[in-house]
Ligand binder design. Structure first.
Ligand SMILES: [Fe+2]
Ligand SMILES: [Fe+2]
Length: 316
């Protein structure tokens, strides 16, 4: 993959520095980001140095101090924004009960329902391209948390990841299933293939997962995010599969979603009870962080849905 297209003066400067000489980031400090888009595409690219990297950026820049400093500034701004949105959650008693109630009470706009009932083929393909930004690295951001967890939570997270990564069979790796689904629909399946087309809301959704995964101090938020993600996947996956079938789209992508109807019904139990439950038994002080992570997962998905539904419903 090559660096994405810049989205303003800030990202343009940073990408030139990443391609040539990162010391430029110190010598000629880049201008302030012009927009959230301009900042988010840079943070996404800096995180990507730790995933698969770019053909036009040297690998050692992942740990370059001027790059890390810039990443730290962008992360602080994003984390502060995410925390401002979080108004807190009063809950006590049994964690799993409180968590399922919290997720169940959330009532956001649903892209899956739209796909099931009224989306056009073009809109569905548009959505799948944008979703590919995450699904082609599905589970990778959660995997960063493995070394940060103790015995019971670690064992449960690895059990869940084992499933996401195909249980030893590359053909069952969820990332790969999604790539095959994209190909079958005539969409691009290469990693990051739709980066230049996604809105800031999708970038932020992906950046938040990397932020939570990469920082040990955010392990509670990372696992709360994962649990909310799994707990809001089974029913929407059923709706997605139904929508794809309604439009007569290729069965390969339908299979990806039907796989998630059953898999995520199990994963939500593992993520909430065995991972987050065990984490909180060990570290009860992380209770609020787990809910902060869960809220962020739901809130960022609402923002993605609001943006896309707004775009699709605009009169032509
Ligand atoms: Fe999955
Ligand atoms: Fe899952």
């Amino acid at each position: 993959m090559m660096l994405p297209k810049p989205r303003g003066g800030f990202s343009a400067e940073v990408f030139v520095a990443l391609r040539s000489d990162p010391s430029r980031l110190v010598e000629h400090e880049p201008p302030e980001p012009e927009s959230q888009d301009d900042a988010a595409i840079v943070l996404w690219a800096l995180y990507e140095l730790g995933y698969r990297g770019f053909e036009d950026v040297e690998e050692r820049l992942e740990w370059d101090l001027s790059v890390l400093r810039l990443r730290g500034e962008l992360e602080s701004a994003m984390e502060a924004r995410l925390r401002r949105r979080w108004t807190g959650h009063r809950s006590e008693g049994d964690f799993a009960e409180a968590f399922f109630a919290f997720v169940g009470d959330h009532d956001g706009p649903s892209l899956a329902r739209f796909v099931q009932t009224e989306a056009t083929e073009e809109q569905v393909l548009d959505l799948l391209g944008m979703r590919s930004l995450y699904h082609l690295k599905e589970a990778d951001p959660s995997a960063w948390a493995v070394p940060r967890l103790e015995t019971a939570a670690k064992a449960a997270l690895v059990e869940l990841l084992y499933d996401e990564y195909g249980a030893g069979d590359p053909n069952r790796l969820h990332q790969h299933l999604f790539a095959r689904g994209l190909e079958a629909l005539g969409l691009r399946s290469e990693y990051g293939g739709y980066i230049d087309e996604v809105p800031a809301e999708i970038l932020e959704q992906n950046n938040a997962m990397a932020l939570f995964g990469l920082h040990r101090r955010l392990r509670g938020a990372a696992m709360g995010h994962l649990a909310a993600f799994e707990a809001t996947s089974s029913m929407p996956s059923r709706r997605m599969a139904a929508g794809l079938q309604r439009l007569g789209l290729d069965a390969t992508m339908v299979a990806y979603y039907t796989e998630h109807v059953t898999a995520d019904a199990a994963h939500e139990q593992v993520a909430v009870r065995a991972i987050c439950g065990a984490l909180l038994d060990q570290e009860p002080a992380l209770w609020d962080e787990v809910f902060f992570g869960a809220f962020t997962c739901l809130d960022l998905e609402d923002r993605v849905a609001d943006h896309l539904l707004g775009r699709w419903r605009e009169p032509a």
